[in-house]
Ligand binder design. Structure first.
Ligand SMILES: NC(=O)C1=CN([C@@H]2O[C@H](COP(=O)(O)OP(=O)(O)OC[C@H]3O[C@@H](n4cnc5c(N)ncnc54)[C@H](O)[C@@H]3O)[C@@H](O)[C@H]2O)C=CC1
Ligand SMILES: N[C@@H](CC=O)C(=O)O
Ligand code: NA
Length: 822
């Protein structure tokens, strides 16, 4: 025997019923006899409930709604049954609808709707759908028969969620099918969801009702397989509406399916499949609308898997009840009393957690019942509360539960560690935890506003064959920002394949416009990101959006040289958003501010990275941090830290004009957005300050002495154009600097030195014996003398400015966050 069950969407329209008939026909060709169980046409059960409610309230338009149900069935008949055979089917449907209307008239007269009557009203949905579809199949030439499950499935009288009496049911089912096989073996279309009491009163089987019917039949007939046909490709690793990367689970065990479904997976409701599980009958979850997809096979064992976990599921809305007090420690019976009273009031507990100190017990419940639960417990524990043995019973709301489920978690270490670490790095606070000793489910309670972020972050790390997603927000689409975007776009395929990392640029802003899309912007479209087509920029609004999106693995990148923007770093870090920047402003302000940012990042478990603050992409900050962390001590730093000034002094030669060389440096992308910062020595001052701080010294900007190379007229220039004019006017001054040096056989270098707690920057002439003499292009050179590098200093040298090298330094920082978060 092969049982096929089709849900409401599968029989929701003429088109879908056609598809159901095709599937049924294709199974009939196979040797096994088949039984089909249908739900009501999609939406009909809810309409019947609504009709019942309207009739009770005396609203006469319930008739109108009943007609609409009739029409839907008539339309199926018109479309799928030849005209000359339609009238008798119309008549049967009409008769059934008349029966419903009589019943409703009674309800509207007495204005009372008992659960018993409600069950009877609801039964019409399955009765109509099976009746009509069986006739359609017959009309197509395949023997079929309508089967009213009320004649087979016997239950108690708990209307709304009746318990099946297997002793009575099993022989009735077996007898019915034996009789069928003795006749012409028509395919029975069995009404899902309904049964009847011994007295013949109609009952319904509660949540997952039609699945339950299929399972009862399958178990009684010892079916080879039960197919649950629905509208998705089987069970998924997570709810795809919440986790877009969720994918199909090919095989799953009963136990896993149970755990996942308990936590909200709505595809099937495995408790109702218990009868089949108990008899070891495999269940396939298949898609009516994609019938070739293999779906999910639910059975006692699952195939070996690539991942330790099988799925992640959630309950979106729960409340947590906390019972605590010193009087609970070592006192037996508190939990018995607690859960006893909850059971007596039929309150279902979703999750329980108690620390071994026994000082508190907390448990999760449906928030709708929270006030009632509090009142019940307040009354039950009134004396204990009075005596101070138990503190007030508190309720926490707006929480969700996430469950990671999988047989692979059993006896495998590190899963909980990974789970907590991912949530921690994303700033998701865990309110309570529970793991059963079966070890196939770890459940955590978190705040509801973090649910989507947590689900996606967990899915991303536990199902690692998919790329981890880094959600990037970029401010500044000038030279560096634009180059970075181009590099991200060009590396996209490589990062996905080789690093399992997907960079998703979610927000872009410059001084004029900003654009955001939580699903990610199409970088193809942002080739010229300077021309952003968005709304007028407000940094506050941009930052608020980043926080309110609350996406996992978020990174804020500041590619401006703006002073205001850095005011937002702290609150971003505090919201567990990492910050990457080439902008030196934040790290070269007061020491207190510098420390605060470091601390905030550390406390939050996120990253604040700024390798490009010094020497662009050269690995200077990372090297320095490595030395300091491993216990080295810094004695002296001597360096050329300005790419612009390096370029200028390597290119300025007799016959050329100083101002032209500065213009070239700007065109080559070496200068700051405001070149006065480079020429005045300000940029170098910031860099040596940052280096000294990174080397462990508490330095303020005022501790850096800058011997500027500019004459007063240039220093006083109020605007950038005026500055260039002044450079031109002072050409003789610069020529003299150059000729004096070359007369001495020296080259000009702007050298920064840090020693004995003092930083000094000044223009120096260096001879051929000096290690900085040979420097070319826009190179930087940094020499660290430390306890360990005393004889010969550690030297880093190379291009220290320019769009490509700077953007790639920012890129590397960004990618390192991807690895850290993963
Ligand atoms: N050019 C280089 O070799 C290196 C540059 N850097 C740093 O990189 C940063 C960016 O430099 P560039 O790209 O050359 O600058 P840029 O002037 O070309 O671009 C700056 C961008 O920031 C945007 N912006 C400025 N203030 C803003 C605000 N308040 N809100 C929104 N957007 C704002 C501008 O609209 C522009 O898109 C600077 O901090 C610079 O010091 C660091 C290392 C090397
Ligand atoms: N303008 C800077 C760029 C890097 O910070 C320089 O010239 O070095
Ligand atoms: Na660097």
């Amino acid at each position: 025997m092969h049982v096929l069950k089709f849900g409401g969407t599968s029989v929701g329209s003429v088109e879908s019923i056609r598809q159901v008939i095709r599937i049924v026909d294709s199974h009939r060709q196979q040797s096994n006899p088949i039984a089909v169980v249908l739900s009501a046409m999609g939406g009909v059960t809810n309409q019947l409930i609504e009709i019942g409610r309207m009739a009770t309230n005396g609203q006469l338009d319930y008739m109108e709604l009943a007609r609409r149900i009739e029409d839907r069935h008539f339309n199926v008949i018109k479309a799928l049954i030849p005209i000359k055979e339609q009238s008798k089917v119309f008549a049967t449907v009409r008769g059934t609808i008349n029966e419903l209307e009589d019943l409703l008239r009674g309800v509207s007269l007495i204005r009372e709707l008992t659960p018993r009557t409600m069950d009877l009203i609801m039964s019409f949905g399955e009765r109509l759908s099976n009746l009509v579809v069986a006739e359609c199949v017959k009309a197509g030439g395949t023997p079929a028969t309508f089967c009213d499950a009320r004649d087979l499935i016997k239950t108690d009288a708990q209307f709304g969620h009746a318990e099946v009496n297997y002793t009575l049911t099993t022989p009735l089912v077996q007898g019915y099918f034996a009789d069928l096989s003795n006749s012409s073996s028509p395919i029975p279309f069995v009404t899902g969801f309904i049964g009847s009491t011994e007295k013949g009163e109609t009952t319904t089987l509660g949540r997952g009702g039609s699945d339950y019917t299929a399972s009862i039949l399958g178990a009684a007939l010892n079916a080879e397989v039960i197919d649950i046909w629905t509208d998705v490709d089987g069970m998924m690793t997570a709810d795809p509406r919440k986790v877009p990367n969720a994918f199909n689970i090919p095989t799953i065990t009963y136990a896993e399916a149970m755990e996942l479904s308990h936590f909200g997976a709505k595809v099937i409701y495995p408790p109702s499949l218990q009868p089949a599980f108990a008899r070891n009958i495999p269940i396939r979850v298949l898609n009516t609308f994609n019938a070739d997809h293999p779906g999910t096979l639910v059975s006692r064992t699952a195939e070996r898997r690539q991942y330790t976990i099988t799925g992640i599921s959630s309950i979106d809305d729960v409340a947590l009840v906390n019972v605590q007090g010193s009087g609970m420690i070592g006192v037996a019976g508190v939990s018995a009393k607690l859960f006893g009273v909850l059971a007596a009031h039929r309150i279902s507990v979703i999750l329980i957690s108690q620390a071994s100190s026994e000082h508190s017990i907390c448990f999760a419940i449906d928030p709708k019942g929270a006030d009632r639960v509090k009142a019940i417990l307040d009354a039950e524990f009134a004396v204990d509360i009075d005596h101070g043995h138990i503190d007030n019973i508190s309720i926490e709301r707006d929480l969700s539960i996430i469950a990671t489920v999988g047989e692979g978690m059993r006896k495998s270490s590190g899963i909980a560690g990974k789970l907590f670490s991912v949530l921690g790095k994303n700033g998701v606070n865990i309110v309570a935890v529970a793991q059963g000793s079966s070890e196939i489910n770890i459940s955590v309670v978190i705040t509801k506003n973090n649910l989507s972020k947590a689900l996606n972050a967990l899915h991303n790390v536990f199902f690692q064959s998919e790329a981890r997603v880094l959600n990037v927000f970029l401010v500044g689409t000038g030279l560096i920002g634009q180059t970075l975007l181009r590099q991200i776009h060009a590396q996209d395929a490589y990062l996905r394949q080789e690093k399992l990392l997907k960079i998703c640029v979610v927000g872009l802003a410059n001084t004029k416009k900003m654009v955001l899309d939580p699903k990610g912007l199409n970088l193809e479209q942002w080739q010229d990101a300077q021309q952003i087509d968005g709304v007028t920029t407000s940094l506050e609004a941009f930052v608020e959006k980043i926080k309110s999106y609350n996406l996992p693995n978020s990174v804020f990148i500041d590619c401006t040289s703006d002073k205001d923007i850095v005011q937002h770093y702290e609150s971003l870090l505090d919201a567990n958003i990492s910050v990457v920047t080439p902008n030196k402003v934040a790290n070269s302000g007061s020491y207190a501010e510098y420390r605060r940012l470091q601390r905030t990042a550390l406390n939050r478990g996120v990253k604040f990275l700024y390798e490009t603050n010094v020497g662009a992409g050269l690995p200077i900050i990372n090297t320095l941090q490595g030395l300091l962390t491993s216990g080295d001590r810094f004695l002296k730093i001597e360096a050329i830290l300005s790419g612009t000034l390096s370029y200028i002094f390597n290119s300025f030669a007799p016959g050329s004009k100083f101002v032209d060389v500065v213009r070239e440096a700007k065109e080559k992308g070496y200068t700051e957005p405001d070149p006065r910062d480079d020429l005045s020595g300000q940029d170098v001052a910031r860099k040596i300050l940052i280096l000294a701080r990174e080397a462990g010294f508490e330095l303020e900007p005022s501790d850096v002495t800058v011997e500027t190379l500019l004459p007063p007229a240039c220093l006083a220039a109020p605007t950038i154009p005026a500055f260039f004019d002044s450079l031109e006017a002072e050409n003789g001054y610069f020529e003299k600097l150059l000729s004096d040096a070359s007369d001495r056989g020296e080259k000009l270098r702007m050298i920064a030195t840090f020693e004995n707690g003092k930083a000094v920057i000044g223009l120096r002439g260096v001879g051929p014996e000096h290690p900085f003499y040979q420097l070319t292009g826009a190179d930087n050179i940094i020499s660290f003398t430390t306890e360990r590098y005393k004889e010969r200093p550690l030297v880093i040298k190379g291009p220290g400015a320019g769009a490509e090298v700077t953007a790639s330094g920012v890129f590397a920082d960004m990618v390192s966050i991807g690895s850290y978060l993963g």
